[in-house]
Ligand binder design. Structure first.
Ligand SMILES: [Zn+2]
Length: 150
């Protein structure tokens, strides 16, 4: 992964991870600012228009077009069922933070309830241990949920 790290067009950190999906599509995901974009995140692209439809208001508010590339950056959402979640949380682009929520082992009684519905969950998001991190501390938020551990 390290080989694909480059300078982020958005925040200037050197922690932007680039992944080539195919010749036309490249993902940019920055661990510095926590934002991401890809070749289809452009005004007029169907993918972009679809994102606009489904994204929460805050995400739309935080979307930011790179004047040079035309790519629109938006906050990342991390959702790892057995580790936790990191997402942008707040009222608007001036008043928000990264929210980090750890996954905890699913309590036995709740596990049973889900089993009745045919689902088998080993972990659940424990909203009570949610922590907030300022925009520049995306990495700390990832660390909190233990994303870099085994
Ligand atoms: Zn960045």
């Amino acid at each position: 992964m390290k080989d694909n790290l480059t300078t982020c067009d958005r925040c200037g950190s050197d922690a932007c991870y680039i992944q080539e999906v195919n010749h036309e599509i490249k993902n940019h995901m920055c661990y510095g600012c926590g934002f991401l974009t890809n070749s289809l995140m452009k005004e007029g692209e169907q993918f972009y228009e679809e994102q606009i439809e489904i994204l929460p208001e805050l995400y739309k508010d935080l979307m930011d077009e790179d004047k040079n590339t035309g790519l629109v950056w938006m906050p990342n959402t991390i959702n790892l069922p057995n580790k936790g979640m990191v997402f942008a949380d707040g009222k608007n682009s001036l008043n928000w933070a990264w929210a980090a929520v750890k996954a905890i082992p699913m309590p036995e009684d709740e596990k049973e309830k889900f089993k009745l519905k045919g689902k088998d969950y080993k972990f659940k998001m424990d909203m009570e241990n949610m922590k907030h991190y300022p925009e520049g501390d995306f990495m700390e938020a990832l660390e909190y949920i233990g994303i870099f551990g085994k």
